[in-house]
Design a protein around this ligand. Sequence first.
Ligand code: IMP
Ligand code: MG
Length: 335
Amino acid sequence: MIDFIDIVYGLAWGDEGKGKISNALAKDYNYVCRWNGGPNAGHTVYVNGTKFKTHIIPSGIFAGKPSIIGPGCVINIEKFFEEIRGLRAAGFDTSLVKISPNAHIITENHIEYDKEHLAHLGTTSQGIAPCYSDKMLRRGRRAIEMMESQWIWDGVLSGSVLCEGAQSVWLDIDHGDYPFVTSSTTMPYGACSLGFSPKKIERLIGVAKIYDTKSGVDPLFPETLWDDPVLDQIIQQGGEFGTTTGRKRLVNWLNLDKLIDAIRISGCTNLIINKCDVLNKIGVFKVIHEGKLVEFPDLTKMNDYIDDVVFEQESDVEDIIYSGSPEGLEFNYTK
Ligand code: IMP
Ligand code: MG
């Protein structure tokens, strides 16, 4: 019997620091689940001061919780086992990781097609879109055919469940900046594909960043942004290089208009804004609001302004957390 579901998901273009948040929360739940994407994702988490990078394995693994890869995910078997070996060597109990029998498998052909035909969209070259295409064409290979039974999930969830999103609202196949999107449902309603009633959802924990970034091509992020020396300082200070691709990300000031839209269409109840320390180090504080740049003397004034704008909207947001330190965050919603 499921008591309740909380969902952590991204409100921007990915790379908001979702991994840090779900890792901080995981210990309070019975299950941690991924519902979308595959090795295109990159989660960076710190566990007792050591940095770990995962791509497909849910962060429940770091908290010793059953970690489920849902039917809406896509798996690169080789990369999956690479990750398993790394985690096992670091002392984590990898027998907790289970994969839905219905998850689809990425093949060499998918990766080749991605590299050859989709580079102009700035994809991660992991074979994501071709794999989801074959799934929709109903000719894909699934985990049940390709993986040993010890890895296959029995479909059971119980108690409290944390779902962690990969990619984010503006990369969603239906709501994002198509075609500069990924091929899955990044919106939190996609979590229901794991097999539970939407009525069980309690918190929709939306993660944003105090500035915007895009990894890969997008007309909303013209390459001229790279010419701005202050934005370049943010790239360096914030380490804005892709976890999966190593590419330098395009950076812009936080677009509050987009953030408000993302909050509204996804139903965010708890907003977390990450990486505030980066702006503090640079000492320049700006947002884009109603299409115009607004500048502030310090972070507190900027946060007050964001609070006012967000709470003024007719949204479900109950609280806003501003977060700095990259190494983790001690908080929970469940107590
Ligand atoms: P794909 O998911 O590899 O097809 O890439 C499609 C778009 O989504 C590209 O712009 C990628 O840079 C972006 N993308 C995919 N996964 C992530 C992620 O985990 N973080 C940030 N951007 C991502
Ligand atoms: Mg990421």
